[in-house]
Design a protein around this ligand. Structure first.
Ligand SMILES: Nc1ncnc2c1ncn2[C@@H]1O[C@H](COP(=O)(O)OP(=O)(O)O)[C@@H](O)[C@H]1O
Ligand SMILES: [Mg+2]
Length: 260
């Protein structure tokens, strides 16, 4: 992404953003609510056209006018408002828009037997045992649903996987499961953009970090050049968190005093 701006009328949602994502690496995109993270990935994935600037994929200009085009080029995005239909089966969600067909012409039909088998196998590869892939996706946990979305991207040969806050609504155990699958996708050679506002989710898995604040980039760092504490402090609220810690410690002292 080179010198990208995105305006919505008078609102400047992104200003002069440049960043790079490499194959086989996780790039964490960090920033507070409203920083422009979702707008940035929507610009990368063909939902919004940039107002200025350009996108390059493997060195070639990539001007997508729809998410379908970005997907065809190998950029798979799991949006924050997870695009899945809860009452539809796991298989249907897995193959949505890419249903495998058999036969041709007027005799073409969707090969659900094949689809069910692939969905079951691909989920098994990432450690989720789906006994019945025709069960509604709504019966899966939030973490498992994120994993269906990741498995789908890997299966359809994505080069770049973009995940918008995949762990933010999850408990510790489920979040660690999703983080493990992100690592697997990276190990299979995908370039991953992992969006979060949780440094503790980002730091262990990130190879590089880009920090957004009010639509501008505060910079990008390789992991070896920045510590977890430095990332924490740079994120909006770093100082506030320190003073909150101090306040909480004070409360604790007065509480235990009143108990005694
Ligand atoms: N479609 C839109 N129209 C107008 N303003 C928008 C639109 N989408 C996002 N914005 C604005 O862009 C800014 C960044 O939002 P967003 O990208 O959702 O932030 P984040 O994902 O980091 O929380 C916000 O001020 C938001 O109101
Ligand atoms: Mg967002």
């Amino acid at each position: 992404m080179q010198a990208v701006d995105k305006h919505f009328g008078n609102v400047v949602a992104l200003s002069n953003i440049s960043l790079k994502v490499y194959a086989g690496e996780v790039m964490c995109l960090l920033g507070d609510n409203g920083a422009g993270k979702s707008t940035l990935i929507k610009t990368l994935s063909g939902v919004h056209a940039p107002t200025h600037g350009e996108l390059l994929l493997e060195g070639n200009p990539a001007n997508f006018t729809s998410p379908g085009q970005a997907l065809d080029a190998g950029i798979a995005t799991v949006f924050q408002d997870l695009a899945m239909i809860p009452l539809m089966s796991i298989t249907r969600n897995f193959f949505m828009g890419r249903e495998p067909t058999k036969g041709f012409g007027p005799f073409k039909y969707v090969d659900w037997e094949f689809a069910d088998r692939v969905a079951r196998e691909e989920m098994a590869k990432i450690g989720i045992d789906v006994r019945d892939p025709s069960q509604p996706v709504g019966t899966l946990s939030g973490g498992e649903r994120q994993c269906v979305a990741i498995a789908r991207a890997v299966y359809f040969g994505a080069k770049v996987l973009i995940l918008d806050e995949p762990t933010s609504a999850l408990g510790v155990k489920q979040a660690s499961k999703v983080l493990r699958y992100i690592a697997q996708a990276r190990n299979r050679g995908l370039g991953v953009i992992f969006i979060t506002h949780n440094v503790h989710h980002a730091y262990p898995i990130g190879d590089a970090f880009t920090l957004l604040k009010r639509g501008t980039s505060l910079g990008s760092w390789r992991k070896e050049d920045i510590t977890r504490e430095e990332v924490l402090n740079m994120m909006a609220g770093g100082e506030e968190m320190a003073s909150l810690d101090a306040e909480l410690a004070e409360f604790q002292r007065t509480d235990s005093a009143s108990v005694a």
